[in-house]
Design a protein around this ligand. Structure first.
Ligand SMILES: [Ca+2]
Ligand SMILES: [Ca+2]
Ligand SMILES: [Ca+2]
Length: 121
């Protein structure tokens, strides 16, 4: 039950943070579109899912155990659990969201500062 709530809250965080990262998501879609025809084919989608699988399979044995699957989620949970009481309060979730937004903003500003490599002058 607690795990269910945990997953739900993390999903909520992920969803709300993805709303604020539209340009980045667009980049991700572009990355998935390996033949650059503007569409994500079934194969292209599978390839990106496979990438994610490889990331999850931390010991590289070709299978993702429940533990490996949960690790990044638990890691995120631990980062959010500021007073380390093993539960997330509304306040902690709010703070984590705020932090994510702030980090994203900083990142976006940094990206803007970088010269555009594809425009030759
Ligand atoms: Ca494509
Ligand atoms: Ca594994
Ligand atoms: Ca807490």
């Amino acid at each position: 039950m607690i795990l269910k709530i945990l997953i739900l809250s993390i999903t909520a965080v992920t969803i709300s943070s993805s709303i604020h990262s539209y340009p980045k998501d667009l980049n991700r879609i572009k990355q998935m579109d390996s033949n650059e025809n503007g569409e994500i084919s079934y194969e292209e989608f599978n390839a990106s899912a496979l990438d994610r699988f490889t990331l999850l399979d931390t010991n590289g044995d070709g299978i993702v155990t429940g533990e490996e699957f949960m690790n990044p989620i638990l890691e995120q949970f631990k980062n959010m659990d500021l007073n380390t009481d093993a539960v997330l309060s509304k306040k902690e979730i709010r703070k984590a969201l705020k932090k994510m937004r702030k980090e994203k903003k900083t990142k976006m500003i940094e990206e803007k500062k970088q010269p555009q490599p594809f425009i030759k002058q």
